[in-house]
Design a protein around this ligand. Structure first.
Ligand code: GLP
Length: 245
């Protein structure tokens, strides 16, 4: 199998390529299920999808979305919550039915039960047609940090110290970054029909090279993607420096 990858000259071109893939799924199957990611990397993808909706009538009217993960511990409506991010950067700009947009509920009394509910919800959609991923500098996908098991499902996880540090750029200080999250598991992600991972910038180069060419290992959770039949890494030249041409 192995991971298929394409290198684009820059972040902008790579983002347009991912927007093309998502648009193609929406056009082929209007009632598709899209698995979505947050972080800084996909921002331009969402901006481009919003533009295509506005200017080219790209239709989200029958689509369903499920997000990879959500922080635990932020008050509802917090600007750094992923639910806020999704509304701000995508949902409010497109014609999606809000009842068909799903993120893990981190405000439930029983968070483990809430994680189980989300796993069942993802299954009940009939399956994710296209899962968009980013990657952490330590190889995390969603919030599956190093050590995550291949058969893991949606659950409560602790964030790695490096992830807390990386994500502190979105908060006033590192101590404000949540320590826990609910994330889809590796097995949840691998059930998607097709997976597209977008990685740009030199900080991702090592994790990308290990994910593609390294051993399949819990040390780099993205390496589990090697076991999937339909994975495409969309890279810019900086993120691809560790790969042979
Ligand atoms: C975050 C998210 C991931 C994301 C990754 C990279 O913490 N949980 O889904 O892919 O880290 O983020 P960025 O795109 O900002 O580099």
């Amino acid at each position: 199998m192995g991971i298929h990858w394409t290198v684009y000259p820059n972040h902008h071109e790579a983002s347009l390529a991912v927007a093309d893939t998502i648009s193609a799924v929406l056009i082929e199957k209007t009632a598709c299920v899209l698995g979505l990611a947050t972080g800084s990397t996909p921002l331009e993808v969402y901006a481009e999808l919003a533009r295509r909706h506005r200017e080219e009538a790209l239709d989200f009217g029958k689509a369903t979305t499920v997000n990879l993960d959500e922080y635990i511990g932020l008050p509802p409506g917090h600007p750094q919550s992923y639910v806020h991010y999704m509304h701000e950067h995508l949902f409010r700009h497109i014609n999606i039915d809000r009842d068909r947009t799903h993120l893990p509920n981190v405000h439930a009394a029983d968070l483990s039960e809430s994680a189980n509910d989300f796993e069942r919800l993802v299954e009940s959609t009939g399956g994710v047609d296209l899962q968009l991923l980013g990657i952490g500098t330590n190889g995390h996908i969603g919030f599956n940090e190093p050590g995550a098991e291949e058969d893991s499902v949606t659950r409560v996880v602790d964030l790695a110290p490096g992830t807390i540090h990386s994500n502190s750029r979105f908060f006033e200080s590192e101590s404000d970054v949540p320590r826990r999250a609910i994330t889809m598991g590796i097995a949840t992600i691998l059930r998607a029909q097709k997976i597209v991972l977008l990685a740009t910038g030199d900080s991702k180069a090592e994790a990308v090279a290990e994910a593609i060419n390294g051993p399949i290992s819990r040390d780099n959770p993205a390496s589990f993607l090697q076991t999937h039949a339909n994975v495409h890494f969309v890279l810019d030249s900086a993120a691809a420096v560790g790969l042979a041409n």
